[in-house]
Design a protein around this ligand. Structure first.
Ligand code: PAF
Length: 282
């Protein structure tokens, strides 16, 4: 059975006992509402280390007041069952007071790779993510920590933070898990009505079409404009971005093709009240 602990002290005691026995530990930070994408991270961790710890904490600091913190799907019993079936050893499920005790005053301040795209659309987001992930890495002292490429910019920000702060952990990125029709799995897909869910496949389809067009010689900005138009035609009400970027630092690519550089197409768009994000290697 997956053991559940709620305090940093219990978490550290267990992890330190494993390490004292020579067992390496992998941490999978999550906000719960677990799906196949999260479970694939647990399984990937199991190929690398003996012990796996998943954290479930809906982090208030990464939501702006107008965002979906209250509506965010929660269900610890189901999450615990799924982790158990995946063979996860420990679930760390702290409450807000354990993570942010009275008087909490410290936030990680970021520049660089956190600034465009999600950082521009959600200015408080990455500071909140970096703060909670840094805390989790210090609390759990894992050998490796795993994150999905679905949140590609988040993964790049976390790589940067761990390098900048000399956190002794290896950050492992894992491919996005997708539904059969190609939609990236996300806890927020639960917000979609059946009609919206059917329309949502336009997002990965528009991205694949844009990548194919650019690879065939189309100008980047033309492919971006066509992608946005395809999403609007499919019923998306707003496209926050649909951008080809440098895969490492997420800086803008020039207008003509991909220059043989490592490129990534990243997109965020609203379908009704749901904001979907996705990204693909280009
Ligand atoms: O990707 C997520 O679910 C969250 O941003 C994370 C990394 C668990 C931090 O709260």
């Amino acid at each position: 059975m997956t053991r559940i602990v709620r305090t940093v002290a219990e978490l550290r005691e267990q992890v330190r006992a494993w390490k004292a026995a020579g067992e390496q530990v992998g941490l999978i930070p999550t906000m719960g509402a677990l799906h196949e994408g999260h479970l694939s991270l647990v399984r990937l961790a199991q190929t690398r280390v003996k012990r796996t710890v998943a954290s479930v904490f809906v982090n208030p600091k990464q939501f702006a007041p107008h965002e979906d913190f209250d509506a965010y799907p929660r269900g610890e019993a189901r999450d615990a069952e799924l982790l158990d079936s995946a063979g996860c050893d420990l679930l760390f499920a702290p409450n807000a007071a354990e993570m942010y005790p009275q008087g909490f005053s410290t936030t990680i301040n970021l520049t660089g790779v956190s600034e465009p795209l999600e950082g521009a659309a959600r200015p408080q987001f990455f500071g909140g993510v970096a703060t909670v992930v840094t805390k989790l890495l210090i609390q759990a002292e894992p050998d490796i920590a795993l994150f999905g490429e679905k949140d590609y910019q988040q993964l790049q920000v976390i790589r940067r933070v761990t390098r900048d702060l000399d956190l002794p952990v290896e950050i492992v990125g894992a491919p996005t898990a997708r539904a059969e029709d190609g939609l990236a799995l996300s806890s927020r897909n639960a917000y979609l009505s059946p009609q919206e869910r059917a329309a949502a496949v336009a997002l990965p389809n528009a991205m694949k079409a844009a990548i194919a067009a650019v690879q065939a010689g189309e100008r980047v900005e033309m492919a971006e404009a066509a992608g946005k138009a395809a999403l609007e035609a499919a019923g998306f009400r707003q496209v926050d971005y649909f951008d080809f970027r440098d895969a490492d630092d997420l800086s803008r690519l020039g207008p003509d093709a991909l220059h043989g550089s490592k490129a990534r197409l990243l997109a965020a768009a609203w379908l009704g009240k749901t904001r979907l994000i996705d990204n693909m290697a280009a």
